[in-house]
Design a protein around this ligand. Sequence first.
Ligand code: NCD
Length: 328
Amino acid sequence: MKVEVEEIKIKEILKGLKDTSLATIGGSDVVSVSQFSKETIDGIFQLAKALRSADPDSYRKLLRNKTMSALFFEPSTRTSASFIAAMSKLGGNVIPITQGVQFSSVSKGENLEDTIKTLECYSDVIVLRHPEIGSADIAANVADIPVINAGDGAGQHPTQGLLDLFTIFDEMDHSKEHITISIIGDLRFGRTVHSLVKLICLYGLKVKLLLVSPEVLRLPAKLLDELKNHNVPYGETSFLNLTEPDIFYMTRVQQERFTEIAEYERNKDVYQINLDSLGHMKKDAIIMHPLPRVYEISPEVDSDPRAAYFRQAKNGLWIRMALLAAIL
Ligand code: NCD
């Protein structure tokens, strides 16, 4: 009985997402977070929560006979694994090209357009990660089936942005009137940062942002303009303040985006949260990281209840299940 009730609930939320057509989402691409309305985001989060608490029997046939191609031109653990797990849990199939495109015809010189057109013959949705900014737009223009951007170079990572915002809502103390989020590390190349900042603007989240990075890794001017246009208070600094933030969003310095290795070496290990830092932070602070981490958070922090990054990674599953279900 419980399973049937949950199944009906999930289908009702899905119908809501379709009907409102606030849902810019049903049957379409996910290239940037800019395409979402606040209502759509709320709908996706509502669905993700319903899936999280439901019995797996209530959704295991939802995407029966649907196929997702996972085309990854860059390394990935969480994004690829959670997309594949999401599709499997919903009863769908996966064509995984995640173990290196060197085993696909890309290594024979095939261009992105042809690869996309080919995968379209066999699948209902394509999840694409690619090193070039704008590649997801190119793929979306070529394909008649939905394309989901799983990271385009130093551009956007919309599904990560959604799961980050979902985690913030999940973890934060909603009774607090003033929330300060510190985003720390590589704000220039970090695509998860770009999507999160856009989402904070778009959602109208009432927060103050502390943007902490070395001089050369500052947030791109376009995103600073978005913050200004949306009246989001922010400060830019190179100094990591441990006492003020309610939320720490740590990021890896994106080695693969640097043209000069010396510049990477100079900036790769500027900020770290370790046992000593924990003592200075608020008792109810939240530590997030899209992962993988290299130096930014020492492993001894993991057992502290404030360490939210593995819970954050888990949320990626529910968000991607919700997105796939809504799109397909
Ligand atoms: C991020 C990415 O690929 O942009 N990882 C992820 O998807 N969870 C962050 C990173 O690689 O540093």
